[in-house]
Design a protein around this ligand. Structure first.
Ligand SMILES: [Fe+2]
Ligand SMILES: [Fe+2]
Length: 339
């Protein structure tokens, strides 16, 4: 009976955990109400701000709110579903709007640098005894952490995002690529981990400040999680999207070069006179200038002038080059050419 009770209890717990997980594994879609996403995951509230979505949207769906507020619906849902469930829609990744994604990342930086970092600094300073040298050291450690985050985000703002903007406009910087960023895009939370440990393990117990310190620690944990999700969005959504743009841009470059080469040959043939084409045919057949002159009933000097003009117009000087030109432009049949 006891064993049956334990088994029943385990099953009950498993079902609860399963239900909780299932709830968070829902993939949100454009026709879901935005309020229902927030009800399930209040952490989405911060993302709304970074996407530039204002509150006060009533019972509207995600699509309605995004369209009204000028936010790309697919990109918003891609970030929301990834941050809530770790879900990536690799098959439709071409639908991502990179400008929307960059706007979101920039606004997230702004939120973290201007609001979260100073907010926690104030909380820490209030919770610590300002006269204690340990407090001074903790604040120093926090300031070092804030500095490293600022450097990390400023690199993205000053180097990575401008590179991507130029890439989207077709002016890619040949000395930089997203792989360079990806290789150096490390985690920045080492100092924050140290700070938490010091507060938890070594700060002297003080009933008065304990509650304040616990509340600050709670906010530090939340921030750490937020920062890690932010880095994951960059690693798993942003970087792969830019890799695809780079790949397309390289393919377009090659296609443009090929079509340029193809289009150049026939258009130049139009500028040749009929007499010049006759001269080319004779050259291809291996005739000397004298033979060409006799064949076409013109003087040798005229043949030389025609040949000079042909070389200038086509930028082709050798008989072999003229032979290729004549074949490609169908002035002669390849079977009539001695190879
Ligand atoms: Fe970032
Ligand atoms: Fe980053």
């Amino acid at each position: 009976m006891g064993i049956a009770c334990i088994d029943f209890f385990s099953l009950f717990c498993t079902l609860i955990i399963y239900n909780v997980r299932m709830k968070h594994l829902k993939m949100y879609e454009a026709d879901d109400k935005l309020i229902s996403i927030i009800r399930d995951n209040y952490s989405v509230l911060q993302s709304l701000g970074s996407f530039g979505i204002n509150l006060g949207f009533g019972d509207k769906t995600v699509r309605e709110v995004c369209e009204e507020q000028g936010v790309d619906t697919y990109t918003f849902l891609a970030v929301v579903n990834f941050t809530i469930n770790g879900y990536l829609d690799n098959e439709n990744s071409d639908r991502l709007s990179i400008p929307t994604l960059m706007h979101y990342l920039k606004a997230s930086h702004d939120y973290y640098l201007r609001f979260q970092l100073p907010f926690i600094r104030r909380e820490l300073a209030d919770a610590l005894d300002e006269h204690s040298s340990l407090a001074q050291l903790i604040l120093k450690l926090y300031d070092e952490y804030a500095h490293s985050i600022r450097v990390h985000m400023m690199y993205e703002e000053k180097t990575v995002f401008p590179y991507v903007e130029n890439l989207l406009e077709g002016n890619a910087n040949g000395n930089y690529d997203i792989e360079t960023f990806s290789k150096n895009h490390g985690q920045t939370d080492q100092k924050l981990r140290e700070l938490k440990q010091i507060i938890i393990k070594y700060l002297p117990a003080d009933g008065l400040r304990n509650n304040q310190l616990s509340a600050t620690l709670y906010d530090i944990y939340n921030n750490e999680e937020w920062l890690s999700l932010h880095a994951n969005v960059e690693d798993e959504i942003f970087i792969p999207a830019i890799r695809r743009v780079e790949q397309k841009s390289r393919q377009n470059d090659v296609s443009a070069k090929i079509s340029n080469m193809i289009s150049q040959s026939p258009s130049n043939s139009e500028v040749l006179s009929e007499r010049e084409k006759d001269v080319i045919v004779c050259v291809v057949q291996g005739m000397s200038n004298k033979e060409i002159a006799d064949h076409l009933y013109i003087s040798t000097n005229t043949v030389i002038t025609h040949r000079r003009n042909i070389a200038r117009k086509l930028q082709i000087h050798s008989p072999a080059g003229l032979t290729i030109y004549a074949i490609v432009n169908q002035l002669v049949d390849i079977s009539s050419v001695k190879l």
